[in-house]
Design a protein around this ligand. Structure first.
Ligand SMILES: [Zn+2]
Length: 378
């Protein structure tokens, strides 16, 4: 008989707290359904200019106990260069390592891990990415998350193998963020390459995204975050912003069976003549009951104005949380993959079905490029 030594308590590594979680990424806390985020299996990533303040309000006011990250989002303002892959402010007189000081500041502000203030990595800029990996390796810290804000052109360009091999070499966890002026996965081949990345790179997650979070998770990502508003669902290349960056009045609504976001007003207009699809999610069902209305879900054509923005965000969170909870409730990875594929197949069919219902010339719903890849059509 052997006597095993009493197990000494091992301090939990902060990275393990992110494992398996799909979190909510928030740029403007005012419209975000923060109180609906589950501290048990989700979390929050703040990326706005008031991120530290928002985190403080959340953890003190509501007492949120789940993981919270601050994404310093330096990539919104600066492009990375081989000389300056990380963008940091002025160091104090007492610390000549500006980067270390910035990372310490994020931890002091109670971010679970310190996300690096990486500049925007232009497509194929292997020198800047290599400099970032080299620098973060030299820090020799276990509380750092390497932010990897890549232009979507990396995925479809010839430098993709370099991206994978550099990230495989980084001995710290990594948070990939996709950048593009529009949908980063709109180009043919991009969604397939993103899968390849998560299948090949260990200790890696996908932040600031849409339903691509779920595809990444079933293909090997450790964690992900879905943005609550369009500006928190991908990065944009730094540069002067046109007038189009301003929020439009109609909220972006996640259409559950389509797996895509649509402007509420656009969706309602296209389906004006049809019996509208209804949503029985954890937000919409009680919303109907409170008004004494029929119990089969809220019409998805009823989120058309600025006034419904916070409600749309709460519905979006309820829908993807339920989706993720259903997809991950499996015994094996292959089961999870086939469940996800089934939902994507159904979403393709839903696009066709709603297009028939709409019967409007040219006003139909186009199947997004990424969904075609997830459903195995391309
Ligand atoms: Zn709903």
């Amino acid at each position: 008989m052997t006597l095993l030594p009493a197990r000494s308590p091992v301090p939990e590594h902060p990275y393990h707290r992110l494992d398996g979680r799909v979190m909510l990424q928030v740029k403007r806390a005012e419209d975000a359904p923060l109180a609906d985020v589950s501290p048990l299996d989700s979390g929050i990533v703040f990326c706005g200019s008031k991120a530290a303040e928002d985190l403080r309000a959340l953890t003190s006011g509501h007492g949120f106990s789940g993981p919270v990250l601050i994404d310093p989002a330096a990539y919104e303002r600066y492009v990375a260069t081989p000389e300056r892959p990380f963008i940091v402010g002025q160091a104090s007189l007492f610390n000549d390592d500006e980067l270390a000081e910035e990372l310490d500041r994020l931890l002091k502000q109670k971010s679970l891990m310190a996300m690096t203030p990486t500049g925007y990595l232009r497509a194929g800029d292997t020198r800047s990415l290599s400099a970032a990996v080299h620098r973060v390796t030299g820090l020799n810290r276990s509380d750092v998350l390497l932010t990897v804000p890549i232009d979507a052109g990396w995925l479809t360009g010839t430098a993709f193998p370099d991206l994978v091999s550099l990230l495989r070499r980084a001995p710290v966890p990594k948070a990939v963020i996709l950048g593009a002026s529009w949908d980063p996965l709109d180009r043919a081949g991009a969604a397939g390459r993103l899968r390849e990345l998560f299948e090949s790179v260990p200790e890696c997650g996908l932040l600031r995204t849409d339903l691509a979070a779920l595809d990444a998770m079933v293909h090997g990502a450790d964690f992900a975050a879905i943005g609550d508003s369009p500006s928190a669902r991908h990065a944009r290349p730094p540069g002067p912003r046109g007038g189009g960056a301003r929020a439009r009045s109609s909220p972006a609504l996640l259409i559950p069976r389509m797996l895509t976001y649509r402007r509420g007003e656009e969706f309602a207009t296209v389906l004006a003549e049809a019996d509208p699809p209804r949503c029985p999610c954890d937000f919409c069902a009680p919303w109907m009951r409170r008004r004494g209305l029929r119990d089969d879900g809220r019409p998805l054509t009823s989120f058309t104005t600025e006034l419904e923005k916070a409600e749309a965000h709460a519905h979006n969170l309820a829908v993807w949380s339920a989706l993720w909870s259903w997809v991950q409730n499996v015994d094996s990875r292959s089961q999870g993959l086939s469940k996800w594929k089934r939902i994507c197949d159904r979403a393709v069919k839903e696009h066709r079905l709603l297009n028939e219902l709409a019967r409007s010339a040219g006003g139909g719903f186009e199947i997004p490029q990424a969904l075609k890849t997830w459903a195995g059509l391309v």
